[in-house]
Design a protein around this ligand. Structure first.
Ligand code: FES
Length: 590
């Protein structure tokens, strides 16, 4: 361990290495200011950097606060880690809507009797199997070498496990067979364990994406991979998935070797990194992915710890910015099969949209930025303990009544809370539709002397867990306007492409954690989603994960995946001639 630590260049890396998880949204670039620590013996570290002086206030610097990603210990160092810098357990959404499908996985189990070999006969057991099945199956090498052990010679029987045209296992006994589906999100990873014979979900496991230490958003991770190679990121996601598979198997007393297939969805950057492909081409225009079609790869080639001859199916991606997770949403909602017009919105750091029906679909990606997930806001945070998730403002006193995750003392505001907050500020008249905070003499609205910005005090420091007032500032409001403006610009341009109006939308599917936890009324009030009747709006939960399960269990849907993505026209918003006008228009609150 000491050798490993010695090779680390900054304090943030060292803390990570010993298992102390620190918030690091910008990926150790010294930009987000989330990785603060207090150094008790300042001479034991390098001098405070110019970048830290830009990010930290004078009071923070005077009290010994540094950004751990920019601290280089020179000798034994004594530090205090403020609670606000520690990563808290994130609420992870695992379930989504489920669609009725016929259970017919691509992995098949087939019990066969083999004809008795004759002395002097020229055939092999492998040929007997193919004759019995009237087929021309291939055989995986690892399976071939165990063939002699897997045939019950007394009754001349064996159980074949077949994937497409290949025998991938031979079993003496009729054991149960399993599959797993994985949703690789930028922030969270969810693994589902599925019984391949009944289609039942046996268990589920989730973690924060272990790549978080290399940056919390896609851009930071792409940047990391360009600077230091993709290997660290690739191994950390493979390791995280393997750890979850092991936990699921241990908990359910299942042998890892009885898992024969894994299906995986993720955005395009997560897809490339999972495959150990450097996402270089995703960092420059025209953001072309290395491959978009669906892939089948031996589990052993990716070091995924299921049966080594098992298959890993990676669903196809739509474009450089619209990934296999969006295809998962389409499979789960059935949008691509319907006559009615549907709009699917999956909001994360990027908003991915698909609009259309069985005849035509258009899609785009909107650079919403992290504001709607609580990022880039002065008191924004992920959906973890102590995050304000919903809020009401009393009109006369401007006192706020709110609910926090786990009912803990407030530490900040997460995405759903941010939407409520803006909607409430508009409702009580302390925010106008241009995004200006309106002073009305109430002490909760004030000008911050250090940055000269107007701000609204959501909660006074005496009642918070961080010893500071939790406020929303004018610049926070601007971030939210940019995010919601980006989404609505995408919606409006897609509507134009299909030459239809908002009222023509029959179904609006809100996918992902964001869509699950927001107050839909408030999202309409701030102009984040189109103003359509509530009965047309459905939160579909982790539809990407549901899509991965469908792909695991339905041969028919698996075959449709590459056909569906060919039917989708990807629209690059920035190259649309009315993009700027639409964007400026969409910044206003309704
Ligand atoms: S400032 Fe250190 S991780 Fe962002």
């Amino acid at each position: 361990m000491e050798d490993v630590i010695e090779n680390k260049t900054n304090l943030l890396d060292i803390l990570n290495c010993i298992g102390i998880k620190i918030e690091a949204i910008c990926g150790a670039k010294g930009k987000c200011g989330k990785c603060k620590v207090i150094i008790e013996n300042p001479n034991a570290a390098n001098q405070i950097t110019f970048q830290e002086k830009k990010i930290l206030s004078k009071e923070e610097i005077d009290s010994g606060i540094r950004l751990s990603c920019l601290v280089r210990p020179l000798e034994d160092i004594s530090i205090i880690i403020p609670d606000s810098s520690l990563q808290k357990e994130q609420r992870i959404l695992c379930e989504g809507i489920s669609r009725k499908i016929d259970i017919e996985p691509l992995i098949k189990k087939n019990k066969i009797k083999i004809s008795k070999p004759m002395l002097g006969g020229e055939d092999s057991f492998f040929n007997y199997i193919n004759k019995e099945l009237k087929s021309e199956l291939k055989i995986d090498y690892n399976t071939l070498i165990k063939m002699n052990d897997a045939i019950n010679y007394e009754v001349l029987e064996t159980n074949l496990i077949i994937f497409k045209d290949e025998i991938i296992d031979l079993l003496k006994d009729e054991d149960k067979i399993y599959g797993i589906s994985v949703d690789i999100g930028t922030t969270t990873v969810v693994v589902y364990l599925i019984d391949l014979e009944t289609g039942a979900q046996i268990d589920v496991e989730s973690i924060l994406n272990p790549q978080m230490k290399y940056g919390e958003d896609v851009i930071s991770r792409i940047t990391y991979s360009l600077e230091k190679g993709v290997s660290d990121l690739h191994h950390s996601i493979i390791g995280g998935i393997n750890l979850m598979i092991k936990k699921l198997c241990d908990r359910n007393h299942i042998d890892i070797n009885s898992i024969y297939e894994m299906t995986a969805v993720g955005n395009t950057a997560m897809h490339h990194i999972f495959l150990n492909i450097i996402p270089k081409s995703l960092s420059v225009s025209p953001f072309t992915p290395v491959i978009s079609k669906g892939l089948d790869i031996k589990a052993r080639d990716l070091n995924i710890k299921i049966n080594s001859s098992g298959n890993v199916h990676v669903l196809p991606i739509i474009s450089g910015f619209v990934g296999a997770d969006t295809l998962g949403v389409l499979l789960a909602t059935g949008l691509y099969k319907k006559d009615e017009i549907s709009l699917a919105i999956d909001i994360g750091t990027n908003g991915e949209l698909v609009l259309g029906n069985k005849d035509k679909m258009v899609s785009c990606s909107c650079a919403a930025g992290p504001a709607l997930e609580g990022g880039h806001l002065n008191f924004g945070m992920r959906a973890s303990s102590g995050a304000i998730e919903s809020i009401f403002i009393e009109k006369n006193s401007l006192d706020s009544f709110y609910k926090t995750i786990n009912n803990s003392s407030p530490r900040g505001i997460c995405g759903s809370g941010v939407i409520d907050l803006v909607a409430e500020m508009l409702r009580v008249g302390i925010l106008d539709n241009s995004g200006k905070i309106i002073e009305n003499g109430n002490e909760r609205i004030r000008k911050n002397i250090s940055n000269n910005q107007k701000e609204f005090v959501v909660e006074w420091k005496q009642k918070t867990d961080i010893g500071k007032d939790i406020v929303v500032t004018a610049s926070d409001i601007r971030e939210i306007q940019l995010a919601k403006g980006a989404i609505m610009t995408g919606v409006n341009i897609l509507l134009e492409k299909l030459d239809i109006k908002v009222n023509d939308i029959d179904n609006l599917y809100l996918a992902g954690a964001f869509g699950n936890y927001i107050d839909v009324n408030n999202a309409i009030k701030i102009g984040l989603i189109p103003d359509i009747p509530l009965e047309k709006i459905k939160s579909v939960g982790n539809a990407a994960g549901e899509g991965a399960k469908i792909s695991l269990l339905s041969r028919k849907m698996r075959c449709e995946e590459d056909i569906i993505i060919k039917k989708i026209d990807y629209i690059e918003l920035a190259s649309e001639k009315n993009f700027n006008a639409e964007f400026i228009n969409s910044l206003k609150f309704p």
